[in-house]
Design a binder for this molecule. Structure first.
Ligand code: ADP
Ligand code: MG
Length: 718
């Protein structure tokens, strides 16, 4: 049986059966956040004292007063039922990187045929999902499998809609009965606290008495692929593992770059409009959309928000995209590398810090005072990235991201930082004590130097850098497209905290000795920059020279996810996370355990799927082709050579399958650690060998026998 797809009809097969497509002209204002229980909505539904008490929690991080819970719960339920919700769920983010839900009905039928309506403060504040199959990294033995979900009042509740109903989703944290974090939200929330404290301490040094709270801000750019679902369902590898485990390179790749920023196909645009409409209703401020570099690849970027809310919204965005694509006969692939040899997908995390008075701490200012502050925070980030290269690499480490980092236009696995020419120049001048050249612009007196006004939103970009300053924020580009952004943001917050505290401490010490603030700051910035400037790299991060140079500079090159995950629980990292109350040593170890487990499971599924497809689909097709070729009964040199070549590669495929089977059968020991290592050292290379033979066969065997849709079809038939 051939692959059974009539390729020419695929692109025409989709219809909008029963789908109402919202028009882009629907007023965004009307739709925006219509499915979100905003504080404004609550203000109208709650008494003033209750609302004020809740506001103290959501805006200033005050502890929630349990006495108001029943009242808030009632208001929530009424609102949700008015919106058509029948169920509610505590919505949480277990360590799988996905989200989890356990739905409960608002109404419980009673034996006399009526129904009682129940949703109390208790049910709002705490839930108890039977979550024994979610990963805990050993924090929870199965006999004490209970985990608790706890309401996060800082992230608004929202309505999730499906074809015939709706559910009230209450963002929650998820913890073990001993209070240890089992999710991605808890440490993120804790890290919001430590970065707040550290930044306020620094701001006080600059004489800022006004700011009361500093939050990390995050805007995420999400890349993804869309392919026709007919192709998808004929690719067991995509269905099982999210990426193609086979596929010869198409004759036309992305070399023409004709897709990048090209016009978006109508079907895709309709999908985008629909998805954006839903995201607006959920209060997610989506803004830009465009084609990406690879054929079939696209990007969406919501406007930045407070980091923990941006993280919740990111999870929702992925879910909405996956669901909505199906309405249009497509599948949204979020995997970091769905197609080998073609650009992978990332998720750029744009990060900064902002005061409640509206100041972006990474925005170069107009006044010397502002600029001094800006340089202080920038210098802190230079130190943070250099000191914690390992953590930045580890928080993006996964089996899937390994296929992307360091390949085709993705940042390398080596962490470095790009500041742009002007900013680097300014730091260099501070270091050397040279004066500035541009006197006409605003200037910053640091010691004896006169510095030019700092560039506002510099134009220069370096797409190859994993960590780049882009005018008024840092852009962390190594994050994978399928990943939850919560842990990467947690790491950014924690390493920023660490460095800011260190710099503040040094300045405070100098002030105590009687140094003037300006001199103290100049000295500290200079000192820190000198010690950490090795992390700066403005050149081509994809080049081989950079790998050599990075080694000379002593930068870490943690090539694989396994190399990176090994470093997570070093004493440096354990101290860092525990001293800032973000993760205890035990919680950090649990995270490492889960990362090894996820790695092992991912590659194990891929290994089994590769063996299965190769044995039951590809090998038989190759054999069929071979039989037909040998059956023609004519012997001429070129025909004989073609037949012999097919026979040879088919034989190599059979051998490679045997070798892979042997590795698959061996799990690599009893611990997730040794299993993960077995996957990296033995299963991945064995899979690679199978793939190599299979991909050669794809170009040798008869097309009508080939069992899988090809790259050529999947990427170009739209
Ligand atoms: P590019 O593709 O050039 O990197 P985009 O405009 O697509 O730029 O994305 C930039 C992202 O950075 C957007 O999500 C934007 O909201 C976000 N961003 C802008 N300012 C900040 C900030 N202060 N903090 C966090 N993110 C920000
Ligand atoms: Mg970007």
């Amino acid at each position: 049986m051939a692959n059974n797809v009539d390729v020419s009809t695929v692109a025409r097969n989709w219809r909008l059966d029963g789908v109402t497509v919202p028009s882009p002209s629907d007023v965004v204002n009307e739709v925006f956040a219509s499915d979100v229980l905003t504080m404004e909505e609550l203000r109208q539904r709650l008494s003033k004292p209750v609302w004020k008490s809740l506001l103290a929690t959501t805006e200033r991080g005050a502890t929630l007063d349990p006495a108001i819970a029943d009242t808030v719960a009632l208001a929530m339920k009424t609102w949700a039922m008015e919106k058509g919700a029948t169920h509610y769920t505590h919505w949480f983010q277990p360590l799988t990187g996905l989200t989890a839900e356990k739905h409960d009905s608002f109404v419980t039928p009673t034996s006399d045929g009526s129904a009682i309506s129940q949703f109390s403060g208790k049910e709002l504040i705490q839930g108890e999902p039977d979550a024994s199959s979610l990963p805990s990294g050993g924090l929870r033995a199965t006999f004490e499998a209970r985990g608790y979900t706890a309401w996060d009042p800082t992230s608004p509740a929202f309505i999730m809609r499906h074809s015939n109903g709706a559910t009230l989703c209450i963002p929650t944290a998820f913890a073990s009965w001993t209070g240890e974090a089992l999710d991605n939200k808890t440490p993120l929330m804790r890290s919001m606290e430590c970065v707040n404290t550290a930044a306020l301490r620094a701001l006080r040094l600059f004489g800022d008495q006004e700011s009361q709270r500093v939050v990390a801000t995050v805007g995420v750019e999400q890349e993804y692929f869309l392919i026709d679902e007919e192709f998808y369902f004929r690719r067991p590898d995509l269905v099982m593992s999210g990426r193609t485990l086979f596929g010869a390179q198409p004759p036309k790749g992305q070399e023409l770059e004709d897709h990048y920023f090209g016009s978006i196909p109508d079907r895709v645009l309709t999908f985008m409009t629909d998805a954006e409409h839903q995201l607006y209703a959920l209060g997610i401020p989506v803004k830009t959309r465009h084609n990406e570099v690879a054929p079939g690849q696209f990007e969406i970027a919501p406007i930045f928000e407070q980091a923990n809310i941006a993280a919740d919204h990111q999870q929702l965005l992925m879910q909405v995209f996956k669901n909505t694509a199906r309405k249009y006969g497509m599948v949204c692939l979020l995997h970091e590398k769905p197609f080998a040899g073609v650009n992978g997908s990332g998720k750029h995390v744009n990060w900064s810090m902002s005061t409640d008075t509206g100041n972006n701490l990474l925005e170069p200012g107009d006044t010397p005072q502002d600029n001094m502050q800006f340089l202080f925070f920038c210098a802190a980030m230079v130190k943070a990235v250099d000191d914690h290269q390992d953590l930045l690499r580890t928080c993006v480490a996964s089996a899937s991201n390994d296929h992307r980092l360091g390949a085709n236009e993705a940042p390398p696995a080596i962490m470095s930082m790009f500041l742009g020419e002007q900013l680097t120049d300014i730091f260099d001048r501070i270091l050397s004590g040279r004066g500035g050249s541009s006197k006409k612009a605003g200037f910053l007196g640091l010691g004896t130097q006169v510095l030019p006004a700092l560039p506002q939103h510099t134009g220069d970009r370096n797409r190859t850098s994993p960590f780049a300053f882009t005018g008024n924020k840092f852009e962390f580009r190594a994050v994978g497209s399928s990943q939850s952004v919560s842990f990467p943001i947690t790491v950014l917050n924690v390493i920023a905290t660490d460095a800011i505290n260190d710099l503040s401490h040094r300045v405070e010490k100098r002030l105590k000795k009687g140094q003037a603030l300006e001199t103290a700051l100049a000295d500290v910035v200079k000192e820190v920059y000198a010690a950490h400037k090795r992390i700066l790299f403005n050149g081509d991060g994809y080049s081989a020279e950079w790998h050599r140079e990075a080694a000379e500079r002593g930068l870490l090159a943690l090539r694989t996810a396994i190399d990176a995950i090994e470093t997570l629980v070093s004493s440096k990292n354990t101290d860092l996370f525990s001293s800032n109350n973000v993760l205890s040593a035990r919680e950090l170890e649990a995270r490492q355990e889960v990362m090894f487990e996820q790695y092992f499971k991912t590659v194990n599924i891929e290994g089994e799927t590769t063996e299965w497809i190769a044995q039951t689909q590809i090998l038989p097709s190759a054999m069929r082709s071979l039989r037909e070729m040998t059956a023609i009964g004519v012997s001429l040199p070129a025909i004989d050579r073609a037949t012999a070549q097919l026979a040879e590669v088919t034989n190599e495929l059979a051998l490679a399958i045997e070798a892979l089977r042997a590795q698959n059968n061996e799990l690599g020991g009893d611990t997730v650690h040794s299993k993960a290592h077995h996957m990296l050292a033995s299963v991945l290379p064995a899979m690679q060998r199978v793939r190599k033979a299979a991909d050669s066969l794809e170009r040798l065997a008869a097309y009508d026998h080939w069992p899988l849709p090809s790259y050529r079809e999947m990427l170009f038939v739209k």
